[in-house]
Structures are given as C-alpha cells and as structure tokens.
Unconditional design. Structure first.
Ligand code: GTP
Ligand code: MG
Length: 450
C-alpha cells in the first residue's frame, strides 16, 4: 500500500488508558484547521501553547492545553498540533474519532518519524535510536541512544561522505581533463590509500556497532558444564531468584532456563542448560544437544567446573570463544586441590553459588564488558539490521574498488562503485541529490580555471 504523505495524520502519543493526561498528536498541512473544527475560539497560527475548550457539536467535552508547531518548527517538519486532553479511554477516543471525522487519518506505526526523516529533520539512524531509547535496558545503552538521537552520528557520517566526495571528484576531474595530469591525489597509489582509510573507518563502524548491539540487546551468556556442578544454583544466585530447579540429582535441568541480570552498563541474558554427561535418557540427550548447539550463538560462556567434573571435550569447543572458567563449590576444596585446578586453568574464578559468594565472577564479567569507551567513541553506532547491511555493502564496494584498481581497471569503473556508496550514505542521511553535490565540490575545490 502506498501511503499518502499529504494526509494529516493523527495518533495518541500516550497509551489510551485511564490516566491524568492523554496526548493526541496531529501532523500535516490541515492539522490546525481540523482541530479548529472542535473549537469555538480558533487556534492562533503560531508556535505556542494555547488553552481551549473542546466541543462535540454544541456540547463541551473537555478543556485542554494545545501546543501548535508551525513553519517547520516541529518534530516532523510539518504543521503539528498536540492536544493534551484529560486522560480516559472514552474521552481520548471521542476526540480522536471527532478529528478523524473532520479529515484526519489514523497514523501508521512510525509514520511521524517517517515524515521527520522525509522532511530532513532526522536521519535513518536517529529514527532508529528513538525505538532504541524507549527499549534501552541499561544506563549506558540509554546514554548512547540519546546521543544518537541528538545526531551524534551525523558528524561522523558526514566526514566519511566528505572524504568519499573528495575522492570521487578527484577521479572525475582526472577523467574529464585527461590532459591535466596534475590533479592532486589522483594517482592509483593515492586512490588506494584513500580507499584503505575509508575501509578502516567503515570496519570500525561495523565493529563498534556489533559491540553496541550486544550491549543494547543483552549479552547472551551460556552457563555450561557437567551435571551437578551447580549451574542452576549459579543462575539463581546471579539473578537472586529461585528460577531453576536445584537438586543433588544428576541431570536435573533438561531444558534451558533463562534469566536476566542488569548491570549499570550492560545486561546479561543468562541461559542455564542441561548438564553434560553420557546418558541413555532420550529427553536428557536432546537437552544436552541443545546446550552444545547454543555455544555458537552465545556471546560469552560460563564454563562451570568442580573437582573431577571438568568436561575437556566441551572445553575444546569453547576455549577459543569468549569464556570464563568458574570453579564452583570452592568451599568444599582444600588449598591443594584448588591449586591443582588453578594450574590447569590460570584465569579461573572461584565461587560458591550455594553460599551466594559470586563477587569474583561479577567483577570478572564487569571487566570483560567495560563499554564506557563506546560513549566517548566518535564512531557512529548502527543498531538496525538493515543499516548494518547497508554498511556491509559499502565495505564490499570499497573492497571491489581496491581490487579493480589492482587489476588495472580504468578509474571511471571505480567511480561508478563510489557513486553507489555515496547513494547509500545519502539514503542514511536523508539526502538524495548526490550528483549535484559532487559537481559542487569539483567546481569549488578543483576548479581548473578552464
Ligand atoms: N557445597 C556446595 N553445593 C553446591 C554449590 N552450588 C550448588 N551446590 C549443590 O550442588 C547440587 C547440584 O546443583 P545444581 O545447581 O542443580 O547443579 P546443575 O549443574 O544445575 O546440575 P544439572 O541440572 O543436573 O546439570 C545441589 O545439591 C546444590 O545445592 C556450592 O557452591 N557449594
Ligand atoms: Mg541444573
């Protein structure tokens, strides 16, 4: 369905429920006219807060604070009216229905943000960070999403774009003026150097984004080990809740049990699994297979061991992934026994899930996920899978350009791919007239006086 962008749209920005105030928002050319239909004292066409009585035919239905945004000074860039009416399901719905009957159309999900993007008020990444801000699970994610919303990404994206346009225009100039062999920076070595710089920047963006997304969505943390080592006890102790069943019977946990643990700067999505052992029980076997298959998708593994309960086969599978070896039931071991295990696993962390003594593990986890640097980083952070794909395509195109130069292809072919990249960047930034921009740069920076 093609949506009509000339419509004036309406939606309740707050939940429609029994509450002190509901905020009904309209956006579009007709916003003020439509709202005026339920007022006697018409709205002034200004950026202003105005108090008005609302009417249904001759009956007063409410007195509300109304905010008007005109001359592009709104979130969407269109005329916007926000009615802060008294809350209540019936009243809120009545006002919305009345305004729909006077010409407003119910907004589609995200349509206000979509209009803001189309009118150049926000870029795609900012639009995404609105969702993320609302869904933030921890303080750091909240701060980073707020910075993205503010447009922190713009600066860095614009810088990349500037380097790209610079490169395109140098190449273009050397194509257009083949006799003029003095266009600075257009030798193949210089172009390769610029491409490498761009590739490094894009790779950094993809890496930072990956870290941020793990942080934003929760770190998938697998608790793995032999039966009876205390995995479920550890889960319960970490989340301070009796979520998983704990018994001294081997093979108690057969399916996964999940729990969430929020730190100030990150969250763990904990997954307790079926203990690993040789078993004839079909259900337990399936549980064990599931535990092992989760190794691939987890971000970190807590490999839980006890004396004589170390599964080396599993350790081989996880040792090259991010992991922490956790020696549980440490209070049952002598110093000698501990030393023997420590000789094998230098970095192990000792805990007693039963006694709730898990401080060492918490500190180790905090060390591993110190993400404060993400806040300072000037690198843009992408959280939408589609935007990440766009950047992966940019990287592929840059690599293709490098390869093409290496193989001696002409520079016009390279510029063709660079233009593609520019289109993708412009799309993210909400700008469309790529060609004009390049021409602008040629004339301003590389005018050859001909
Ligand atoms: N002494 C001591 N006992 C513990 C500790 N942690 C767990 N246990 C006991 O060890 C037994 C097994 O604990 P679980 O948490 O069920 O072990 P599990 O690894 O989940 O076992 P499966 O689900 O069978 O794989 C229970 O009796 C717990 O009370 C600990 O730190 N110290
Ligand atoms: Mg268990």
């Amino acid at each position: 369905m093609k949506i009509n962008l000339n419509d004036t749209i309406i939606a309740c920005a707050t939940k429609v429920s029994r509450q002190a105030i509901s905020i009904i928002r309209l956006s579009g050319e007709q916003s003020i006219d439509i709202v005026n239909k339920i007022l006697r004292n018409k709205l002034e066409i200004e950026n202003k807060m105005q108090v008005r009585k609302l009417y249904e035919n001759n009956d007063i239905i409410d007195e509300s604070l109304i905010l008007t945004f005109v001359n592009g000074k709104s979130f969407t860039g269109e005329n916007v009216v926000e009615i802060q009416c008294h809350g209540g399901i019936l009243l809120t719905n009545k006002i919305i229905s009345l305004l729909i009957s006077y010409g407003a159309r119910p907004a589609l999900p995200g349509e206000f943000s979509q209009r803001a993007y189309l009118n150049g008020k926000i870029n795609l990444i900012q639009a995404e960070s609105i969702n993320n801000l609302i869904d933030s699970k921890n303080e750091l994610a909240l701060k980073i999403n707020a910075l993205n919303l503010e447009g922190k990404n713009n600066k860095s994206l614009l810088k990349i774009k500037e380097s790209l346009i610079d490169l395109i225009s140098k190449i273009q100039t050397s194509i257009d003026y083949p006799d003029y062999d003095d266009v600075e920076g257009s030798t193949t070595e210089e172009i390769q150097l610029e491409l490498t710089k761009l590739k490094n920047q894009v790779t950094k963006i993809l890496e930072t984004s990956k870290r941020f997304n793990i942080l934003n969505n929760g770190i998938s943390t697998l608790i793995l080990g032999e039966t009876n080592v205390g995995k479920s006890s550890l889960l319960n102790s970490l989340i301070a809740e009796d979520k998983a069943i704990v018994t001294d019977i081997e093979g108690t946990t057969r399916d996964i049990v999940e729990g969430q643990l929020n730190f100030e700067n990150f969250s763990l999505n904990l997954i307790d699994t079926a203990g690993i052992r040789n078993t004839k029980d079909e259900v337990e076997k399936m549980g064990i297979e599931k535990s092992i298959s989760l190794i691939q998708t987890s971000n970190i593994i807590l490999f839980v061991i006890n004396k004589g309960k170390i599964n080396y086969e599993i350790y081989e599978k996880i040792k090259d992934k991010k992991h922490i070896v956790v020696l549980n039931k440490v209070e049952l071991l002598s110093e000698n026994e501990i030393r023997e295990i420590q000789d094998e696993f230098k970095d192990l962390v000792m805990v007693s899930a039963l006694k709730g003594d898990i401080r060492n593990l918490i500190s180790k986890i905090e060390e591993q996920f110190n993400n404060e640097d993400l806040l300072e980083s000037e690198v843009p952070v992408l959280s939408n899978a589609f935007h990440i794909e766009m950047f992966k395509t940019i990287l592929e195109l840059l690599e293709k350009c490098s390869d093409n130069i290496e193989q001696g292809f002409t520079t016009d072919l390279i510029n063709f791919d660079l233009y593609e990249i520019l289109k993708i960047l412009n799309n993210l930034l909400g700008i469309y007239d790529a060609d004009e921009e390049v021409i602008d740069t040629i004339f301003r920076k590389y005018c050859l006086g001909k």
